[in-house]
Design a binder for this molecule. Structure first.
Ligand code: HEM
Length: 401
């Protein structure tokens, strides 16, 4: 039988999907010594890991706490339910449309205005890496002059989270970022408590559920989580929507002609090239999985990127097809999702509708502003990364009016 390459090797990063296929077939449950983790790769198993509460997020207390502090991701049970209820309202459809749609539209337009007259652009460095982070900073009501500073922290936080090989310098930079971020945010949070405005930060300060309110430290930790959870993911998602569509010009033409297909294009992108490829869990009991057993207390790496290409779940899974019938584009952004890109169950992505709104606004504005959009001659939108994954650049050309 063929053997998959080491998930931490450069060869694996060149061809994760080919390797995932081998893993699903021959080693659906496998121990990885360097990562000190089991790895699971089939849809059925990953879905269960997200839904079954035997799989906890206790591992996050050492994996993300050093950079974020304590966030809802580490929590479970009632504590998680209450904390999540405190933050969730701001990310629901109605609130988003009413309060934050103008913020999203403005931030997208400002970036596009920077290159629409030039006939060419890199949609990653000039658009995708900036747009979602600017939106979060603006939703929180932070000073525009601080957007660059915010972007710098974002870069350090995602470097820390992606530090699978545990480079001590990256770890130390993460700790420093946590301190700088706290020194910046805490006075602003106190200021908003005294003078609440119409922004997300003020909403978090006054939110109350069952007599519970968030401390300054809770709010700061949540904002830090938003940087990573809402920035890098949406950044990679937008870049991948364009990379996928530009490689399939017939499907791009269909979306250009009928913008109501954008949610389908985004849903299929989330399945085909999810921004987050792996999520860790820890098991509270011995759990039998795919013919083996994950021992109590062990960490397990759940391969979303593999599950979303499982031939047991999808017809012709390696084919990008926005019209596929086994993916429902309405469910795709709810906890009824037909893909695992936002996880499922208790920790299902709080920001799924925000991400959908950003992608809809972004794709619409870019298609309107950049007629004749095509990959530039020297373009190589190939993907990088095994923890999070997306194109390093998407160089495009377009007509200038
Ligand atoms: C949770 C993916 C956009 C905020 C998650 C999880 C995934 C995910 C996989 C589950 C993590 C786990 O269970 O360990 C994505 C993807 C996005 C995206 C692929 C874009 C395409 C956003 C945005 C925000 C956001 C825009 C907010 C600004 C969160 C938060 C959680 C979360 C706060 C934690 C929920 C909880 O613990 O209950 N996301 N996300 N995400 N996401 Fe997203």
């Amino acid at each position: 039988a063929r053997q998959a390459q080491d998930i931490l090797s450069p060869e694996f990063a060149q061809d994760p999907y080919g390797n995932y296929q081998i893993m699903r077939e021959s080693t659906p449950l496998v121990w990885h010594e360097a990562m000190q983790s089991y790895i699971i790769s089939r849809y059925e198993d990953v879905e269960r890991a997200f839904k079954d509460s035997v799989f906890t997020t206790d591992n996050y207390s050492w994996q993300i706490e050093p950079v974020h502090g304590r966030t809802i991701l580490q929590m479970s049970g009632r504590e998680h339910a209450v904390r999540r209820a405190l933050v969730a309202p701001a990310f629901r459809g109605k609130e988003l449309q009413k309060k934050f749609l103008p913020v999203i539209e403005r931030n997208s337009r400002e970036l596009i205005d920077g290159f629409r007259q030039t006939g060419s652009a890199d949609l990653v460095s000039q658009y995708a890496t900036r747009f979602p982070v600017n939106v979060i900073a603006d939703m929180l009501g932070l000073d525009k002059a601080d957007h660059d500073k915010f972007h710098g922290w974002y870069t350090a936080v995602i470097a820390f989270l992606g530090n699978l090989s545990q480079d001590p310098e990256v770890a130390a930079a993460g700790e420093r970022t946590r301190q700088e971020f706290a020194e910046y945010m805490l006075p602003i949070i106190q200021e908003r408590r005294a003078h609440p405005g119409d922004d997300l930060l003020s909403a978090l300060c006054v939110a109350e559920v069952d007599g519970t309110v968030m401390s300054d430290e809770d709010i700061k930790a949540f904002c830090s989580l938003l940087l990573a959870a809402g920035g890098e993911t949406t950044d990679k998602a937008i870049a991948s929507v364009f990379a996928n569509l530009l490689r399939h010009p017939d499907q791009l033409a269909a979306v250009q002609a009928d913008r109501s297909l954008i949610p389908r294009a985004f849903a299929e992108t989330l399945r085909f090239t999810p921004p987050v490829h792996m999520i860790m869990r820890q098991v509270a009991e011995d759990v039998p999985v795919s013919g083996g057993v994950i021992g109590k207390g062990s960490t397990v790496t759940c391969l979303i990127g593999s599950a979303n290409r499982d031939e047991r779940r999808y017809a012709d899974p390696d084919h990008f097809d926005i019209f596929r019938s086994d993916l429902n584009a309405v469910n795709a952004f709810s906890a009824a999702a037909d893909h695992l890109a936002f996880a499922l169950g208790r920790h299902f992505c709080v920001g799924a509708l925000l991400a959908k709104t950003e992608v809809e606004v972004g794709v619409n504005q870019l298609l309107d502003a950049l007629p004749g959009l095509r990959l530039a001659d020297e373009a190589d939108p190939s993907e990088q990364g095994v923890f999070t994954r997306g194109p390093a650049s998407v160089r495009v050309s377009f007509d200038v009016a």
